[in-house]
Design a protein around this ligand. Structure first.
Ligand code: FAD
Ligand code: NAP
Length: 514
């Protein structure tokens, strides 16, 4: 929502650094009972609990980008679920640290009789997946093959993912048995930093984490092999010293846990900026190189989060990686795609995050998270017509999507992009789009300008029902279609509403959001 002047995120950061007592407790931390929390549910006295910590957000009301009413939905209660639904990625710990009142008091709980034996029943109900919030931490203390054996047998019986390891003189191979058919390299994220190995395997909406402090040093480069049909993941590490390892290492936080992806915190690694090139007057292509010891491939339509410390506060914003160009000969991801991330970013002179990004020099580092997103390739697998509605940088998810469908979806007959911008100068990759339309007869692009400079340079207009009813037309009756929408939140919301009013079903419309 539009905020009053002087209420930007930067103004909030300034206020938090001013030394003002924002909790009303003069820096004291207290234990908060549910009854106490419920008492603070008014706009001029508002406390909210997130993940067991209670914040006094009264002063933050006017600075909340989503507005005070939105914040009031969680007033005096546990707002964790609401927070996770709207912006799980926002670093509230850093932004609200001066508002911290204390911790929720623990409630006495009745002793639970639940044991591992109850799992198979639940597992059946959830088609092999564990229920929300159920952490199956099956790690053994020191991870020697002998001691993990019993646990391993149990895991095999329960059909949850498990791992094993073996070695030769030079190599250590960690094997994860995910038991999921159709695993691919986008579903495995590996990091090796300071002797710590972290492997996150994404199995539908769940994450199986292997997190170990390795016993001995290994070389920087890692290799990841995936046997797609059986869902076996192999991570090959090169020993620095060719000595036998008696154990793989010590378990670290959340090792061997199997939980919902949305319950797993974001993991970051430092990436090096290796080039910055202009796309338009205000938009640049940032090429980031992943560390050699990281394996991360961002799926089509997914985004990552960048993190920077701005005025002493951690700020996180989402960005959608693109390919280096719109190629008509796009096949499998190239080597470059698995070692680099390319981001197309608009710099807002009055923005909080992007001017800082723009100040990064070649060779500087920035923190990049794992990827997230709800788009699935299966949505386009047997598609006949694809319609893309993009506004401004909302074009970014369309780039990989275009490359992917034009090369991989045999059933595809038409792909139409309607691209909304203010002026002609704002159109991203206009040349490439026009070239692609000339080269591939299935592809068509229309530019809609809200503030055209000259006469006759593209259609003038804004997103509307009449524009969409003209544009979204099936190539044949009953053809299988998908309409993808991305842009400023109100643009996307209007687009979805118009499409719904025109009779398109929920399955036929996908919007890219965080
Ligand atoms: P902000 O500080 O957010 O400000 C942006 C503009 O809005 C400025 O002009 C500012 O003056 C104005 N403004 C800020 N707050 C208000 C207010 N309350 N009222 C009125 N005006 C206000 N962007 C890209 O460029 N490329 C991408 O690939 C990309 N991918 C994204 C993927 C997802 C899933 C999402 C949700 C967003 C994505 N974005 C992308 C947007 C990106 O995350 C940032 O929002 C954007 O870069 C703005 O950052 P900023 O902090 O510099 O600007
Ligand atoms: P912009 O230049 O401000 O606007 C691009 C076009 O969208 C213009 O024609 C503009 O028309 C129109 N538009 C803007 N707001 C509108 C609204 N409320 N209703 C109807 N049309 C509207 O866009 P931008 O600065 O590049 O911003 C791109 C947005 O896309 C950002 O908000 C970003 O967060 C979002 N984004 C999302 C994702 C994702 O995956 N979710 C990815 C990338 C970008 P007017 O001239 O009338 O404003």
């Amino acid at each position: 929502v539009p905020l009053k002047p002087g209420r930007s995120l930067m103004d909030w950061i300034r206020l938090t650094k001013s030394g003002k007592d924002l909790t009303g407790l003069k820096g004291r931390l207290i234990e908060v009972t549910e009854e106490e929390l419920a008492k603070h549910s008014k706009k001029d006295d508002c406390w909210i609990c997130i993940r067991g910590l209670v914040y006094n957000v009264t002063s933050y009301m006017e600075y909340h980008p989503g507005g005070d009413d939105e914040l009031m939905r969680a007033a005096g209660t546990d707002g964790t679920d609401l927070f996770d639904q709207v912006h799980r990625w926002v670093n509230y710990e850093s932004m609200l640290k001066e508002c911290l009142v204390g911790r929720m008091a623990l409630k006495p709980v009745a002793a639970t009789t639940e044991t591992c034996c109850t799992l198979p029943e639940e597992k059946k109900l959830l088609n092999g997946m564990l229920p929300k919030n159920k952490v199956l931490d099956t790690s053994s203390k020191d991870l020697t093959p002998r001691e993990t054996h019993a646990q391993l047998t149990l895991n095999v019986l329960l059909e949850v993912p498990h791992y094993d390891w073996f070695q030769t003189d030079h190599l250590v191979t960690v094997v994860i048995y995910t038991k999921q058919k159709g695993m691919n390299s986008e579903m495995v994220i590996v990091d090796h930093q300071d002797g710590r190995l972290r492997v996150d395997s994404i199995l539908r909406d769940y994450s199986y984490l292997l997190h170990i402090e390795l016993s001995y040093a290994v070389q920087e480069d890692i290799a990841v092999h995936i046997a797609e049909k059986v869902g076996k993941v192999e991570i090959v590490l090169k020993k620095k010293d060719n000595i036998p390892w008696s154990k793989l290492g010590q378990p670290l936080e959340s090792h061997s846990s199997f939980i919902k992806c949305t319950d797993r915190g974001l993991c970051y690694r430092r990436c090096k900026l290796i080039s910055k090139t202009e796309v338009t007057h205000d938009t640049k292509l940032f090429c980031l190189m992943l560390p050699r010891s990281t394996h991360l491939q961002v799926p089509v339509g997914h985004h990552v989060y960048l993190k920077q410390i701005i005025a002493g506060t951690e700020i996180v914003k989402p960005y959608t990686p693109v390919s280096c160009s719109l190629k008509s000969d796009f096949k499998e991801p190239s080597h470059h795609d698995s070692t680099h991330l390319i981001l197309m970013i608009k710099i807002y002179p009055n923005g909080l995050f992007t001017p800082e990004l723009d100040h990064l020099q070649i060779g500087d580092y920035i923190s990049v998270s794992n990827s997230e997103g709800s788009f699935k390739k299966s949505q386009v697998q047997t598609l006949e017509d694809l319609f893309l509605l993009a506004a401004g940088t909302g074009f970014t998810p369309m780039v990989k999507l275009l490359n992917y469908v034009l090369t991989n979806v045999c059933s595809l007959r038409t792909v139409k992009l309607m691209f909304f911008n203010k002026t002609e100068d704002d159109i991203l990759w206009r040349n490439q789009l026009e070239q692609l339309a000339l080269k591939d007869k299935r592809f068509e692009v229309q530019f809609i300008l809200s503030e055209p400079k000259k006469e006759g340079t593209g259609k003038q207009g804004k997103i509307s029902s009449s524009l969409l009813s003209e544009f979204v037309k099936r190539s044949k009756k009953d053809s299988k279609i998908l309409i993808c929408v991305c842009g400023p939140a109100p643009f996307t919301e209007q687009g979805i509403q118009f499409l719904q009013d025109l009779g398109y079903s929920k399955e036929e419309v996908h919007s890219f959001t965080a």
